[in-house]
Design a protein around this ligand. Structure first.
Ligand code: ACO
Length: 334
């Protein structure tokens, strides 16, 4: 079996900064509520006409990752693209990236696991490297969420949390000790509706939404049972991390950097306390970007690498929890 190595990391976020105070233009909220509950200070939201879509942001992040990996799009054998906000209902955004980057007619797989999307995507890419089927895979997480939020006071419990952006990495066949040591993936579909967008979909097609128009039916906006999600997240994050570490006989003290999905600073702090980890062992950047769902881990990993907080040989751990519910972890010898 072959080993997998992260060769290059890249990120892209839209230029437009939206502070907590800016949100008071749309809804009854305030900076203090948002900071105290979530740690978020600002987020990036694309603006009409700036050219940012889920696919184009993914391409921008991917180009940086490719450059740092010293590879060209022609060297890529496969694309794994994670998002909950694809440009179209179908086809997925992975094929759009294949075209925009000018890759050969390689396979492109979209992963629909929301906040756990990047953990699932990395685990998926790892399998293709490990079996020897592919040598260089582009793994992308990208989200344009700002266009799908209810910006009225009614939607404030969700709208203030989410941001736009993309992160990418190149996963390649390793010729040294670098490897993805373990992947653990989980789901619990009985809780699917606790964090969801139920329409439009095959059960609630657009024509039905129009014909049976009900102003009280907000199923086309994200719904989140916030407290319920929070309680599950603070259990599942540590569980997923410990499951991964136990599988390779390591402990939280061995982690050089934990890069958790940036759901809420309070969740990350809870996980840190529970695992008895030091501040420098955890990457937090939700303050600047909000929750960018499938993009949050690769954006955070890229920033950590750029700041010198990830070096070759480090033990880097990712973990995520989100809609599905889904959760999981990757244990990486960088
Ligand atoms: N500004 C001001 N007040 C608000 C806002 C806001 N933006 N949003 C809600 N409130 C009000 C509520 O209306 C409520 O008022 P009331 O008591 O008068 O009814 C009060 O604040 C408290 O609301 P709660 O929802 O109980 O607030 P809570 O402390 O639970 O925080 C939060 C909410 C931040 C959403 C929290 O539950 C959370 O972080 N949940 C988990 C988020 C998460 O991790 N999601 C997973 C990833 S998402 C994905 O996978 C796509």
């Amino acid at each position: 079996m072959y080993k997998s190595k992260i060769l290059g990391l890249g990120k892209y976020v839209p230029d437009n900064i939206v502070t907590n105070n800016d949100l008071t233009k749309y809804m009854d909220t305030n900076d203090q509520w948002i900071r105290e509950r979530t740690g978020i200070e600002q987020r990036r939201w694309a603006v009409p006409g700036d050219g940012n879509t889920t696919a184009t942001m993914g391409v921008k992040a991917a180009k940086i990752a490719l450059e740092r990996a010293r590879l060209s799009p022609k060297d890529i054998d496969f694309i794994v693209f994670a998002t909950l906000s694809p440009d179209y209902y179908f086809p997925g955004s992975g094929v759009l990236v294949q075209e925009m980057l000018g890759c050969d007619t390689i396979g492109a797989l979209d992963i629909r696991n929301q906040c756990s999307g990047f953990v699932y995507a990395l685990a998926t890419a790892d399998q293709f490297i490990k079996t020897g089927m592919y040598k260089n895979i582009l793994v992308i997480g990208s989200e344009l969420q700002s266009t799908g939020l209810d910006l009225s006071t009614r939607g404030r419990g969700v709208a203030v949390l989410f941001g736009d952006g993309a992160g990418a990495l190149v996963l390649s066949r390793s010729n040294d000790d670098s490897d993805i040591l373990s992947n653990h993936l989980h789901s619990e579909g009985k809780l699917a509706k606790e964090l969801s967008v139920l329409a439009p979909g095959a059960l609630n097609p657009p024509n039905k939404l129009v014909e049976d128009w009900d102003p009280e039916d907000l199923s086309y906006y994200p719904y989140m049972n916030g407290n319920f999600v929070f309680k599950h997240a603070v259990t599942r994050f540590p569980e997923a991390i410990m499951e991964g570490l136990n599988a390779v006989n390591l402990t939280p003290q061995d982690i050089d950097l934990l890069v958790p999905h940036q759901a809420n600073l309070r969740i990350s702090q809870f996980v840190q306390r529970k695992l008895n980890m030091r501040d420098e062992q955890i990457m937090n950047n939700i303050q600047k970007y909000g929750n960018t769902t499938a993009a949050s881990i690769p954006i955070a990993m890229t920033e950590a690498w750029e700041a010198g907080r990830i070096k070759r040989g480090d033990l880097v751990v990712t973990a995520a929890f989100g809609s599905g519910f889904t959760w999981g972890s990757n244990i990486i010898r960088f």
